[in-house]
Design a protein around this ligand. Structure first.
Ligand code: SF4
Length: 268
């Protein structure tokens, strides 16, 4: 689960602010399908300003359409289909960014899963050429693609959902644990600045699971870690909207941070 507009935890990415009247033009849709260089990615929405999605940067957030996983706690199910109905032309994003040169520091690509789209590298290059720092929110679904993108990234926010073997319970995908943890190793090995984040749902993460996860992350070399509370009422799966258990206590959650150079609890 990736970040939302007001916090990185995917909590509220539904209100995207490119005017609807400028979306969905037939020409834009067809050029997206062709993978036209002018439209390298399928943009589901743009948040023009965020102070929370790219650490220490004022950034625009570009939401890309599509995700292959099916997390029950996903807050943005409308971004899961590969072909969304509400596509923003890439040229509109670059026009906007041109108008914000000198005013914004960076651009973060979020989703959905941004690395799903093969044109993301092209989009990142264009953003860099415009003079912005580049950030990525990813669940690490495509380690190979992520590795190829890292030279074009200044920062990565990695959504690490749980321990490796427990992943399929959350994502519905058998290979997801290996993919995500492989991506985590790649990010840490690259030297690109990063933050790892876990969204905690009481029915999916108990205290023992979180302690094991924190230990594994610390052993891997994670330095910046965030635990954020899932807003259960927004979960895609109705069965998760009313948790059967309480969240592990604040003190216990806080103690997990002892292993990291920088640690924070969000919404907890
Ligand atoms: S990885 Fe899971 S939470 Fe993130 S966009 Fe995909 S389905 Fe939603």
């Amino acid at each position: 689960m990736k970040s939302g507009r007001a916090s990185w935890d995917i909590t509220d990415r539904s209100a995207r602010s490119i005017p609807a009247s400028t979306r969905n033009s037939p020409s834009a849709s067809s050029s997206m399908k062709k993978g036209c260089p002018d439209n390298p990615v399928r943009v589901a929405g743009l948040v023009p300003f965020s102070a929370t999605d790219f650490p220490d940067k004022l950034a625009a957030v570009v939401f890309l359409q599509g995700c292959p996983w099916r997390c029950g706690y996903c807050h943005n199910p409308e971004l899961i289909p590969h072909r969304g109905n509400d596509i923003v032309p890439w040229t509109q994003v670059t026009d906007f960014l041109n108008s914000r040169r000198g005013l914004l520091d960076g651009v973060v690509f979020s989703g959905g899963e941004p690395t799903l789209q093969p044109g993301l590298g092209n989009a990142l290059r264009q953003v860099r050429l415009l003079g912005f720092k580049t950030g990525l929110h990813t669940a690490g679904i495509y380690p190979g693609r992520l590795s190829a993108l890292l030279p074009w990234l200044d920062w990565v926010g990695m959504d690490i959902k749980t321990t490796r073997s427990h992943y399929p319970v959350i994502t519905g995908n058998r290979a997801s644990g290996n993919r995500a943890w492989c991506s985590a190793e790649i990010i840490l090995g690259s030297g690109v600045a990063s933050e790892f984040r876990t969204t905690v749902h009481p029915d999916l993460h108990d205290a023992d699971r979180l302690a094991e996860l924190a230990s594994e992350l610390a052993a891997l070399g994670v330095r910046h870690y965030v635990i954020q509370k899932c807003m259960a009422e927004k979960c895609r799966d109705p069965a998760l909207r009313k948790p059967a258990r309480p969240l592990p206590g604040y003190d216990l959650l806080h103690r997990l941070g002892d292993r990291f150079e920088r640690f924070s609890l969000r919404n907890c």
